[in-house]
Write a protein that binds this ligand. Structure first.
Ligand code: ASP
Length: 290
């Protein structure tokens, strides 16, 4: 592969000030290295994004997949979406219960159904029919990665995301989340909503993290693409402007984005965001705080 590729990952914009995230950082660096090796030998963006998210979900280091926290009734309801920028194919699941990998579920919706999003019993039937790995006993499987008291009115949260440009110029985005800590049963955030928390087209790929209610109200991911397309902004300016809208509405969080030229931006207006970037130009960086 001689062409430019680039990738960014995030592990959510909700880190706690005093916590030690060195194990999460080391795991993210390892996940990035595996993704880089795949991109180097010509892997497709959408496959790299899915695999990276599966690794982050399974690690238990983030509030997604294995590390997800339960809702107010003590049930795990998880959201995920994946989008292939080349074809604009996409798959999503929302408030999914009983499966190990929400991103794999989203990919199955994309690849094996005529629909973009499945929820509830229908999602469960479809995924069981496809043999997706189940969670038999939630209390044995999930390891809530965050133990904290949530202030009344606080929207504490966590998520994992990946955005990828491959060597053939294809873009993809994938996001998976446990959502807000202690959320109401049935609550769905921005993560599985295309154009809000997840988006990829022929120009940009975006994955957001933060208080999903605000990211939906600002249509952040699609807004970045629109600002690049119609406003002729660069990726960095477009992403900063979209996040500014979230800030204006009173929300917090961050995002990762790459464009078709291989530019990467990872802005956040929260205190910190677990993130990693790498590219064929030799960039490689993992961080949590500013
Ligand atoms: N955006 C996610 C949600 O609102 C949470 C997060 O990214 O931390 O469900």
């Amino acid at each position: 592969m001689s062409r430019v590729w680039s990738i960014a990952l995030h592990g959510g914009a909700g880190p706690i000030r005093q916590a030690d995230y060195s194990a999460a950082e080391a795991h993210m660096a390892e996940t990035l290295k595996i993704a880089c090796a795949a991109l180097e030998v010509g892997a497709r963006a959408v496959d790299v994004a899915e695999k990276a998210i599966m690794a982050l979900e399974e690690s238990g280091h983030h509030i997604a997949g294995r590390g997800a926290s339960p809702n107010a009734l003590g049930q795990w309801e998880l959201d995920a979406a994946i989008m292939d920028g080349e074809t604009r194919n996409a798959g999503a699941v929302a408030a999914l219960r009983g499966f190990r990998s929400p991103i794999r579920a989203a990919r199955m919706v994309m690849d094996h159904s005529r629909h973009v999003m499945l929820v509830g019993k229908g999602a469960s039937l479809f995924l069981r029919g496809r043999g997706l790995r189940r969670v038999w006993n939630p209390r044995d499987y999930y390891r809530p990665s965050v133990k904290r008291t949530i202030e009344p009115g606080e929207l504490a949260h966590g998520t994992v995301g990946a955005v990828v440009l491959d060597g053939e110029g294809r873009l993809a985005a994938a996001t998976s989340t446990g959502g807000l800590l202690g959320k109401m049963p049935g609550r769905v955030g921005d993560t599985p909503i295309l154009g809000a928390g997840t988006w990829a087209d022929e120009r940009v790929a975006v994955s957001c993290t933060g208080q999903g209610e605000y990211f939906m109200r600002a249509a952040v991911a699609a807004d970045i693409s629109a600002r690049v397309r119609y406003g002729k902004l660069g990726l960095k300016e477009a992403a900063a402007a979209a996040l500014e809208d979230v800030h204006f509405l009173g929300g917090d969080g961050g995002l990762i984005a790459v464009d078709v030229l291989g530019n990467i931006t990872v802005p956040f207006i929260s205190e910190s965001m677990k993130r990693g970037i790498a590219s064929s130009r030799g960039e490689f960086h993992v961080a949590v705080r500013r």
